[in-house]
Design a protein around this ligand. Structure first.
Ligand code: SF4
Length: 218
């Protein structure tokens, strides 16, 4: 994990981590950024959040925006129509049930539209500084299985297995490390095992095709 932490440092941080850094962990903007980031490239999420938060930085202003305005502001994030509706509906629930605050418990976060365990964990970690959660997305699920840390079929199973397999001090950072690694090195297809700092300790479980060595190193 230490190797991974050092190797990911120069590679930049994923979009939602950047939002948390620039907003001093404002739970509302972290929540919205998390909703927009699903299945969307980081730079698209970044740009969409910048446009949206310039117009509506908090729940009160966002709740007054029409859905079609939110759509235009966040386009071209994937599923922008669905996500605009989720953002609008989430704002209504936050105002009606939580006094305009983002709730800080898993059960309450799961009441919000579009929020499953993955985004809820990310909001708890990045918006509330929780050290007791692991956020598992497709990268974390894939790499944890390739490394043999867990043997699981779904991200939900992986999250529970990782609580047993990984020391608690790494839990809040695991998503950051593995998402960055999954985007740049341990890619779904053609992982760059020859350039990976974990290559000597990784059993590469389930890896069928690896990226070819660069010409100079053959
Ligand atoms: S050695 Fe290959 S499979 Fe293992 S973590 Fe690195 S890139 Fe992924």
């Amino acid at each position: 994990m230490t190797r991974l932490a050092e190797a990911t440092l120069p590679l930049g941080v994923p979009a939602v981590e950047r939002i948390a850094e620039t907003t001093e962990s404002d739970p509302f903007q972290v929540l919205v950024g998390t909703l927009l980031s699903a299945r969307t490239q980081d730079r698209t999420t970044d740009a969409a959040c910048e446009r949206l938060f310039a117009v509506a930085p908090d729940v009160h202003v966002m709740a007054r925006l029409r859905v079609d305005r939110i759509e235009r502001l966040i386009y071209p994030v994937s599923f922008y129509r669905h996500k605009a509706r989720h953002v609008k509906a989430a704002c209504r629930i936050l105002l009606e049930r939580f006094g305009g605050r983002v709730p800080s418990s898993m059960d309450e976060l799961l009441l919000l539209p579009g929020v499953g365990r993955k985004p809820a964990n990310l909001v708890l970690i990045l918006g509330f500084g929780s050290k007791a959660n692991i956020c598992v997305d497709t990268h974390v699920h894939r790499i944890s299985n390739r490394l043999g840390w867990v043997t699981t079929r779904t991200p939900e199973e992986t999250e529970q297995a990782l609580y047993q397999a990984i020391e608690p001090r790494w839990w809040p950072r695991l998503n950051l490390y593995l998402v960055t690694w999954g985007q740049k090195v341990c890619r779904p297809i053609g992982p760059r095992c020859s350039q990976c700092v974990l290559a000597t300790v990784c059993p590469k479980i389930g890896v069928r095709s690896r990226a070819p060595l660069p010409a100079a190193s053959r």
